[in-house]
Structure formats: structure tokens, C-alpha cells
Design a protein around this ligand. Structure first.
Ligand SMILES: *[C@@H]1O[C@H](CO)[C@@H](O)[C@H](O)[C@H]1NC(C)=O
Ligand SMILES: *[C@@H]1O[C@H](CO)[C@@H](O)[C@H](O)[C@H]1NC(C)=O
Ligand SMILES: *[C@@H]1O[C@H](CO)[C@@H](O)[C@H](O)[C@H]1NC(C)=O
Length: 478
């Protein structure tokens, strides 16, 4: 299992391809759950299989021949056996078998031999039919998963054939010959139906999106970065998992690092999300100039002891009220560079290099620059899942202010730094933690629901293990 992935990773590095930032592993448990859906689907499709008219001639040793036609052949009943499905390493795909099922068919017959004509109905049953289909899973140039037919084999243990109607005695002696012919045709038809299913499913896969607009600012690119890797117990997919700014799409100055999500056979799915994915979102927002905010006094809680005006800031910057008495102050707060997330076992850290430019607003609405500070803060967070919700908490690790420019002369930064820390702890963090403790619902589609999900933070990535529950109303793919 490790080896093919390492080789794949090596090839990617050699050719300058991207490492997958999102990895998904489908375990055998997931495959077995999915198979029931596939079985329903196949059964439903087979019920609608139509057979063309079959005609032929049976040579008679001295009387010429009997010509026959079978028309309107339909499947009357299908007794399906539980299918089995497994990962099939040899072809990097899946092997599905349905063993020992039976099919009942009905239709009409016509036959003639010289001047004798006959017609009527017939019943046919195939018992102990085995169907084995092998498909290969690959990826196309656009990063879609692809599905191709490798082989399809059928075998039938026993056939029963009965003709009814006037002159059915004409065909009766040739039942053995007809059984073999019709059996062969039906077996071929079953494989054709399976092949058609594979082509249909592949068409669905090719039509799937590989990039998604997340909101008005970001797009998420999610094509496969390489071929699926299949071993005896799992299917492993690697996706690009990179956010781009819609307004200013460009490559970030960092790359996805290789990582390996551990496979957990107790869950249907294991997923890994590299810190690269989070940082590409951060970089996307930053590149589009979206990481900035103008803070004025209307945004300061009324109960705050300090407000954004030159008088209230006097105790921290004594010269300010003397130079600019009683003017409102606006803080232009922005990221100097994109915030960087890093994931470590049990914890996420966020390094936020920020800056603040302070302005006094003159009575004639002119913004007079006062000073510029660098604000460097580090946060530590936790993330977990709870009953279908992604939750978290954040604490502040470090908060330092540095005066980098001033129009009003130097002033001591320590008191202002304490004020900043206090504002973060009393107003900003509680607000964020409030949201994080309510949590965000895990993504779900109309077809599937994630259940029993567990999230852990590992070195360089978030690992996510989950079972899925398919919604009963949507169990039919069409
Ligand atoms: C796909 O399946 C059909 C059976 O319907 C088979 O005849 C054909 O050879 C298969 N194609 C390949 C490429 O193996
Ligand atoms: C606005 O007022 C300030 C301070 O009184 C002054 O320096 C500035 O020139 C004025 N600007 C305009 C456009 O009147
Ligand atoms: C906090 O910031 C100070 C000053 O920039 C720095 O020396 C220190 O290493 C930082 N601490 C952490 C935990 O990042």
C-alpha cells in the first residue's frame, strides 16, 4: 500500500506536479455499504433490458429446415442473489460478482417447416446464473475519476424452455438446440447491460465539477492529482484541494507537502485535509485585498472603557488630545501578509502578521494620519466534531505591538499593547469562540449524510474519519 503511493508521490515531484492536499480513502466497509445501492441499481436496470427478435434455422437431415423467430422477449422475473464486490488490485479497479441468480423470460414464437406453420408463446428460465464484472478506476486529463470496463463473464448452470400453442410440437424436438442459442444471447445481453451501466456511470463522473465556487471571493479546485491507488483493502484518491481568489487568482508562494492519511478500516471513509488547503484560502483572501477593515467607534461596544477618539486615547498617548482635541479616530487594520495556519498533533496555530494605521478625522472630513503599528499575534486553536457539527475553540498566545511610524512623536507602547490584549480577550475572542462552540454543520448532500465522524489534528493535516448514510429517497442513481 505504502509503496505505490510513495512511487506516485515520487513521480509527481519529478514532473513538478502537485501533491494532493485532500486525500480520501474508501475502505472496504464503505465499499460494502455502497454495494447495496449498486445492486438495487443493477437489478432495476436489468428489469428493463430488452431483447431483439431472435431468428434462425434448424437444419433437418432430409426435410430441408425449420425456420423460427422469437419475438417480444422480456424478463418476467429476476431473482437476485446478494452481489459481492471487492477491491481488485490486479487491474486497479473493482470486481463485482452476482452468483447463482435466476431469470424468467417470456415471449412469442413463430416457426415454419415447408408448408407447416405454427405460433404461440414460450417461457424460459435461466438458473444459477453467475455474472462477474471487472472495472478499472482511473483519472482523466481534467482530474475526473473514470470507470472503464475490463471484462464481463457470465455462466448459466441450467436452462428450462417450454413452448405453448398450436403446432408447438414442431419446435419441441429442438428445445436443446434452442436452449443453447438463447442462453448464449441472453448471457451476451446481460454483459451488454452491465457495460452500458459502466458507460453511463462514467458519463456521470465526467460531468462532475472539479472546481466549486465557495462564496463570492473564493473558488476551490478539486481535481484528482493522479491515478486512484487501489489495494486489497482500500481505494485512495488524491485531490488538489486548492482555493483561489476569483478576483486575483494566482499561485501561492508555498506548496502542498506530502502527507499520508492513515487508513482506518473501522470507518467507511478516511479523509485528510492538508494545512495547504487552509493557507491557500488565506492567501486567496489576502491577494484579493480582503483582509482589511476600518474600525471606528460605532464598532466598539458601548460598555468598553476606551473609545475611538483622541480624548479617550489620551491616557495611552498623552500628546494626542493636546495636538488633536476631541476628534474621532479610525483604525485601518489589515494583514501585512497572509495569515499562516499550521497543524500539529492536537492543535492548530495561526500566525497573523497585521498592521494598524490610525487616523484622526478632522471636522472638514480630512483623515489626518497619526501613527502606524505592527500587530503580531499568534493564536492556538482546537477543532473537533460533535454530533454532525464541526466545532472549535481559540486562545491567543501572543500579541505584540511595534510602533513603526508616527506623525505625532514617540509614545510608550506597553499600555496600548495591554489595551489591545484586553480588547482581544474581552470582545474579539469571545465572539469567535461563541461561533465556534455552536459549530458548523458538516457538509451533506441530498444523497448522503456523514455520521459517526471523528476529526483529529495531525502533523500538517486534519484527519477525518466517518461513516456515510445514504438517503433512502435518493438511493436510485439514474
Ligand atoms: C466490455 O464489456 C463487453 C461486454 O459487454 C465486452 O464484450 C468487452 O470486451 C469489454 N471491453 C473491454 C475493453 O474489455
Ligand atoms: C481640513 O482641516 C485641516 C485641519 O484644520 C487642514 O489642515 C486641511 O487643510 C483641511 N483640508 C481641507 C481640504 O480643507
Ligand atoms: C511572542 O512575541 C515575542 C516578541 O515578538 C517573541 O519574542 C516570542 O517568541 C513570541 N512568542 C510566541 C509563543 O510566539
Amino acid at each position: 500500500m505504502l509503496l505505490p503511493i510513495m512511487i506516485t508521490a515520487l513521480i509527481f515531484c519529478t514532473y513538478g506536479e502537485k501533491n494532493p492536499a485532500v486525500q480520501v480513502i474508501l475502505t472496504n466497509k464503505g465499499l460494502q455499504y455502497g454495494k447495496n445501492v449498486a445492486a438495487d441499481w443493477i437489478q432495476e436496470k436489468l428489469e428493463f433490458v430488452t431483447f431483439p427478435d431472435m431468428d434462425g434455422e434448424i437444419p433437418l437431415s432430409f426435410l430441408g429446415h425449420i425456420g423460427y423467430t422469437l419475438t417480444g422477449v422480456t424478463i418476467a422475473k429476476c431473482d437476485f442473489a446478494e452481489p459481492s464486490i471487492e477491491f481488485y488490485q490486479d487491474v486497479s479497479g473493482l470486481k463485482m460478482s452476482i452468483v447463482g441468480f435466476s431469470i424468467a423470460l417470456t415471449g412469442a414464437w413463430r416457426a415454419h417447416c415447408g408448408i407447416i406453420y405454427g405460433s404461440g408463446f414460450f417461457d424460459m428460465a435461466l438458473f444459477g446464473v453467475d455474472l462477474v464484472s471487472v472495472v478499472h478506476l482511473g483519472s482523466d486529463a481534467d482530474g475526473h475519476l473514470s470507470l472503464t470496463n475490463v471484462s464481463c463473464d457470465t455462466q448459466t448452470r441450467d436452462v428450462d424452455l417450454r413452448f405453448y400453442g398450436g403446432s408447438s410440437w414442431i419446435l419441441q424436438p429442438f428445445v436443446k438446440h434452442l436452449k443453447a442459442r438463447i442462453k448464449g444471447q441472453i448471457e451476451g445481453k446481460l454483459c451488454d447491460a452491465v457495460e452500458e451501466l459502466i458507460v453511463n456511470l462514467d458519463r456521470h463522473l465526467q460531468a462532475m465539477n472539479v472546481n466549486f465556487q465557495v462564496n463570492r471571493d473564493l473558488i476551490l479546485d478539486l481535481p484528482l492529482t493522479g491515478q486512484p491507488v487501489i489495494d486489497a483493502s482500500s481505494l485512495r484518491l488524491g485531490f488538489q484541494g486548492e482555493f483561489y481568489s476569483i478576483k486575483r487568482p494566482k499561485e501561492p508562494p508555498f506548496e502542498a507537502q506530502p502527507f499520508m492519511v492513515p487508513e482506518n478500516p473501522a470507518y467507511m471513509l478516511s479523509m485528510g485535509l492538508s494545512d495547504f488547503t487552509f493557507n491557500s484560502a488565506s492567501f486567496g483572501y489576502f491577494s484579493a485585498d480582503l483582509m482589511q477593515i476600518f474600525i471606528d467607534d460605532s464598532m466598539i461596544p458601548p460598555r468598553s472603557p476606551v473609545h475611538l477618539n483622541t480624548r479617550s486615547l489620551g491616557p495611552f498617548i498623552p500628546q494626542l488630545p493636546k495636538m488633536f482635541p476631541d476628534l474621532p479616530v479610525v483604525l485601518h487594520t489589515y494583514a501585512r501578509n497572509f495569515p499562516v495556519f499550521s497543524f500539529h498533533p492536537g492543535a492548530i496555530t495561526l500566525n497573523l502578521p497585521g498592521a494598524v494605521k490610525a487616523f484622526a478625522i478632522q471636522p472638514n472630513a480630512t483623515w489626518t494620519p497619526l501613527f502606524k503599528l505592527h500587530v503580531d499575534s499568534n493564536f492556538k486553536g482546537k477543532m473537533w466534531t460533535d454530533d454532525g457539527f464541526l466545532k472549535g475553540s481559540v486562545t491567543m498566545d501572543n500579541f505584540t505591538l511595534t510602533l513603526v511610524a508616527t506623525v505625532i512623536g514617540p509614545f510608550k507602547i506597553a499600555a496600548l499593547e495591554n489595551l489591545g490584549k484586553m480588547a482581544m480577550k474581552m470582545f474579539v475572542l469571545p465572539h469567535i469562540n461563541d461561533k465556534l462552540s455552536t459549530g458548523f454543520a458538516l457538509p451533506q448532500t441530498t444523497q448522503a449524510l456523514l455520521v459517526n465522524s471523528v476529526l483529529t489534528v495531525e502533523e500538517g493535516f486534519v484527519a477525518f474519519r466517518s461513516d456515510a448514510k445514504l438517503q433512502p429517497s435518493d438511493r436510485r442513481l439514474s
